[in-house]
Design a protein around this ligand. Structure first.
Ligand code: ZN
Ligand code: ZN
Ligand code: ZN
Ligand code: CA
Length: 454
């Protein structure tokens, strides 16, 4: 969801108070295979390569977005992307103008004339299905954005739980998942859950009727999206608004890669949520510390705690998204960071398609998919230099330089008497490591080099 400004401030305060002990011991093996055995054919590998967030806030309206994404999936797959994250696919209150985060009819994918249009902002049901089919042909998993904290667009009804009239009477044209006051907070079960979003009617997931429609019964949202639409994985919106068992129950029912938007820089909270939901979370701790490091010109902040350092299998790392884009200086350095480190990196559509150098991003994706294995050891960090190695085979050494000059540094690699080179092409050096692994590396101004065996 679009957050209000005070949430940014809360997040920044959380950064300030949550710099706990550094922990670089990550005895993790290779890259994530997040999805334990599921019945979803494509998702067995989701998490091993790179995710694409296939939208941004206010993509062009008019029902063309599914076709736009569809025209890109082949290139993305060739570049090494393994999953695309779509905006919410069903009809929302603001119909043709909505980005989908005000859900009204979970089963109208652009085929019922309600809320001001037949198509969604992104297109028709047929265009959505064709996009999913094209993505699958390119071996891309399709991740749906699931907004189940709140609903929007219900009719006014008298509400016995509030003693007032509330917009909680939902009569979707799909004929699926009628809702009324008892399905929202407050009701006869309880008055609230862990959070509300704005003034939107807040769904009660403790109601068996709501559970049936969201994930339990054969035509629930989860099962319909999976079995009829072909959705492979889940991105849960605003998970602070309800308890983590909801995500766990959903994934237990239908499987698939799952990641939650728990918008908080506090690593303890993020780790707790992932443990309880048994799902991944976006690594907002990493995001805010990269902001300090690259925009704040202090690369020592990269030594701070992050979700991927706690549990790389449960961290989706990102540099920007549809809600937040605050890393301006050194954005390519930030991408070089997440694409060489542990966690499942997610690339933002506008960064890839519009704002940054696509060839440089493709080079980083290739390095991620081919060289970035094993745990991380930080070799050096100061204000404007950061060097770290991946301990897999062959592994790599990444050298970030946030200064305006070339930098050089002796570091100890895991390679002995081995010729190495910079796979970004930024340095032309092709040095031999010494018998004990030491070698002198360089990195260009405001850029990076990434070394591995030649
Ligand atoms: Zn959001
Ligand atoms: Zn409830
Ligand atoms: Zn069940
Ligand atoms: Ca809630």
């Amino acid at each position: 969801m679009k957050k209000m400004n005070f949430l940014f401030i809360v997040g920044l305060l959380a950064v300030l108070v949550s710099c706990s002990s550094d922990d670089f011991e990550n005895p993790s093996a290779e890259k994530n295979n997040e999805t334990e055995a599921t019945s979803l054919s494509l998702t067995t590998s989701t998490g091993s390569k790179v995710m694409m967030q296939a939208f941004y806030w206010d993509v062009p309206a008019g029902g063309t977005w599914w076709n736009t994404v569809s025209s890109k999936v082949q290139d993305w797959s060739n570049a090494g992307i393994d999953a695309i994250w779509l905006p919410p696919v069903s009809k929302a209150q603001n119909g043709p103008f909505s980005m989908g985060y005000d859900p009204f009819d979970y089963f109208d994918f652009g085929e019922y004339n309600q809320m001001g249009s037949t198509e969604t902002r992104f297109g028709s049901r047929q265009e959505l299905e064709s996009l999913i089919q094209n993505a699958h042909q390119e071996n891309l998993a399709v991740i749906a954005d699931i907004v189940i904290n709140h609903n929007s667009g219900g009719d006014l009804e008298s509400n016995t739980y509030t003693g007032t009239d509330t917009y909680t009477d939902f009569n979707p044209d799909s004929g699926m998942f009628y809702r009324s006051a008892t399905d929202f907070h407050p009701n006869d079960t309880h008055s609230n859950d862990s959070g509300v979003f704005g003034g939107y009617p807040d769904l009660c997931h403790d109601k068996s009727y709501v559970q049936d429609w969201l994930w339990e019964q054969s035509n629930s949202v989860a099962k319909y999206y999976k079995n009829t639409l072909g959705i492979d994985g889940w991105r849960f919106d605003y998970v602070k608004g309800y308890e983590p068992w909801v995500v766990n129950a959903w994934v237990n029912e239908v499987g698939g890669f799952a990641v939650g938007e728990y918008w908080d820089a506090n690593v303890n909270l993020l780790e707790n949520w992932t443990n309880n939901a048994k799902a991944s979370a976006f690594d907002f701790a990493c995001y805010y510390r990269m902001k300090d490091a690259f925009d704040g010109n202090d690369l020592t902040r990269l030594q701070d705690d992050m979700l991927w350092k706690r549990n790389p299998m449960r961290a989706v790392t990102f540099v920007s998204n549809h809600d937040t884009n605050e890393i301006y200086n050194g954005k390519m350095l930030a991408y070089a960071y997440i694409l060489t480190h542990e966690g499942y990196p997610c690339i933002f559509y506008q960064d890839y398609e519009t704002w940054l150098d696509k060839n440089k991003l493709n080079n980083l994706i290739w390095i991620h998919n081919n060289k970035a294995g094993g745990s991380i050891t930080i070799l050096h960090a100061d204000q404007d230099e950061y060097v770290a190695k991946r301990n897999g085979s062959p592994g790599l050494v990444v050298y970030l330089n946030n200064s305006n000059n070339w930098q050089e540094r002796w570091v100890q690699t895991n390679w002995n008497n081995t010729q190495i080179k910079d796979y970004t092409g930024n340095s032309t050096w092709e040095p031999y490591t010494q018998a004990n692994g030491w070698v002198k590396l360089q990195a260009p101004p405001n850029s990076y080099s990434i070394w591995s065996t030649k």
